[in-house]
Design a protein around this ligand. Structure first.
Ligand code: NAD
Length: 499
């Protein structure tokens, strides 16, 4: 693996200009303001550890002001004609697309992923605004004759109401638009609390949404360093009607308990521990390409990242050799540098966690084929790493690695593969490589998973329902299911009009 630090001069200039003009206050009720406490916090570039901006640090008082604004805007937004809501979202999609280079650069600066991947996330993230612009005008109800013929059943939809949205740092744009798009399309207002490490992208998104015509109070953004203290009062407030959370299973579990107090509608997009199954009949070129995408996209910092590579014993040697060859080609460096395929991890703690998982795997019998050493120098870099033969007790088979580490183990037959794949309390996504249609369909029935990549290493798509089973979460984002999460169903029972 090679490394580089070669950052083009024009990018450096654009970075300075962008950071110099970005709004870094709290966005509440259509205005930018400082936190009531006057506090601000630093945002760092994980490639250098340098502070690139400071952002207003919301507390409970600010969050409640945001909820107040969302609550006041709720009725007007719900009454705004669906076509008008749709046009606003569509305009925001176009503005976001126009500003793609700025958004991508900002994401790379605060989160670390290579610029090419940030550009990919802008397309993916913006698409949720376009998709839900289209869904805004497609929320029909129904009317039917009751089975006994004596009454009529009218079913209609209405917005759930003010929604608290909490997002992680790994996809700073898409995790926001995947929630804001459907909420606004449905007619619900929102308070967004982005992750502490990556607030800048959400603040730029707020600017773009306002430019697109989103009225004051409909979208509010409150970055904070005190997540629980700041959002806790929102969950306890009866004006909040919904919580949508993306993040770790651990935090999700505790937020579900908090949401029980007000019996909030909840959507939970939690952690994954994806198995990546390579059967002996797989097309190995496709499997290796899929593995590269499923593992190294976002530096492995994705809930959908392949976490456990389970490869049939007859093809394991060949698959491993070809994969190592590909991994060797990856260039590591700051996400803004030319030709980089692997950026830094998001912070020191994350890198330490990955390094500890690799050390633990080695203690559990793993052999290191590539990488495995924390490099010298600034930034939170960890090299692309390939391990084989980690024992069943290795922690990286139980926990999300969230880093560029491949761990390969073998299986002898399909039954063993399925047993190993399902041996986790999580069930977000699985990957299956096989040329047998019957086997592929069989896996779709027996793997405990919300999503299955069949001969594909990346399947996220705004038009498809994203979400997990077991402790990977509740509800779905994207597709038609996505808007349903922000709608309530109301039934009107009507007396027989002929009686
Ligand atoms: P995290 O759970 O630590 O934090 C997620 C968000 O919750 C952040 O905004 C954080 O500030 C906030 N938070 C933390 N504690 C809180 C509390 N007590 N009250 C309110 N908010 C709180 O997760 P992370 O490290 O930011 O993100 C990585 C995790 O997210 C991984 O587990 C990953 O699998 C998961 N993830 C899931 C999906 C999905 O769609 N299923 C997508 C992306 C990431």
């Amino acid at each position: 693996m090679t490394t580089t630090t070669d950052i083009p001069e024009d990018l450096r200039k654009r970075q300075e200009q962008l950071l110099g003009t970005l709004s870094t206050g709290l966005y509440i009720d259509g205005t930018w303001r400082e936190a009531a406490s006057g506090k601000r916090f630093d945002v760092e570039d994980p490639a250098t550890g340098e502070v690139i901006a400071t952002v207003a640090d919301a507390g409970a008082e600010d969050a409640l002001a945001a909820l107040d604004a969302a609550h006041r805007a709720q009725e007007g937004w719900a009454r705004t004609p669906p076509r008008e809501r749709s046009e606003i979202l569509r305009r925001a999609f176009e503005l976001l697309t126009d500003r793609a280079e700025d958004v991508a650069l900002l994401m790379t600066l605060e989160m670390g992923k290579p610029l090419a991947e940030s550009r990919g996330e802008v397309s993916y993230g913006a698409e949720f605004l376009r998709w839900f612009a289209e869904e805004a005008v497609r929320t029909p109800g129904r009317y039917s004759v009751a089975p006994d013929g004596k009454s009529r059943v009218l079913v209609t939809k209405r917005p759930v109401g003010p929604s608290v949205l909490i997002t992680p740092w790994n996809f700073p744009l898409a995790m926001g638009t995947r929630k804001i798009g459907p909420a606004l399309a449905a007619g619900s207002t929102v308070v967004l609390k982005p992750a502490r490490l990556t607030p800048l992208t959400s603040l730029l998104l707020a600017e773009v949404l306002a430019d697109g015509g989103v009225p004051p109070g409909v979208v509010n953004v409150v970055p904070t360093t005190t997540a629980g203290d700041t959002t806790g009062p929102l969950l306890a407030d009866p004006r909040t009607r919904k919580l949508s959370f993306t993040g770790s299973t651990e935090v999700g579990r505790s937020l579900l308990a908090d949401a029980a107090g007000q019996v909030l509608r909840t959507s939970m997009e939690l952690g994954g521990n994806a198995p990546f199954l390579v059967f002996p009949d797989a097309d190995l070129d496709a499997a290796v390409a899929g593995a590269m995408a499923a593992k190294f996209r976002n530096g492995g910092e994705a809930c959908t990242a392949a976490n456990r590579f389970l490869v049939h014993q007859d093809v394991a040697e060949e698959f491993t050799a070809r994969l190592v060859e590909q991994v060797r080609q990856i260039t590591m460096g700051p996400g803004t540098a030319e030709g980089v395929g692997l950026g830094p991890l998001v912070e020191a703690k994350q890198r330490q966690k990955v390094a500890d998982l690799v050390d633990d795997a080695v203690a559990n019998g793993a052999q290191v084929l590539l990488g495995g050493q924390v490099p010298d120098g600034p930034g939170w870099f960890y090299p692309a790493t390939v391990l084989t033969g980690a024992g069943p007790d290795a922690l990286l088979h139980r926990q999300e690695i969230f880093g560029p580490v491949v761990s390969i183990t073998t299986f002898a037959d399909e039954a063993e593969a399925v047993r190993m794949a399902n041996d986790t309390e999580l069930g977000l996504i699985s990957f299956v490589f096989t040329t047998s249609l019957a086997r592929g369909l069989r896996m779709a029935e027996v793997l405990q998973t919300g999503m299955l990549g069949l001969n594909s290493g990346v399947i996220s798509n705004p038009a498809a329902p994203f979400g997990g089973v077991k402790q990977s979460g509740l509800g779905r984002e994207g597709s038609h299911e996505g808007i349903e999460e922000y709608l309530e169903t109301v039934y009107v029972g009507i007396a027989d009009p002929h009686a």
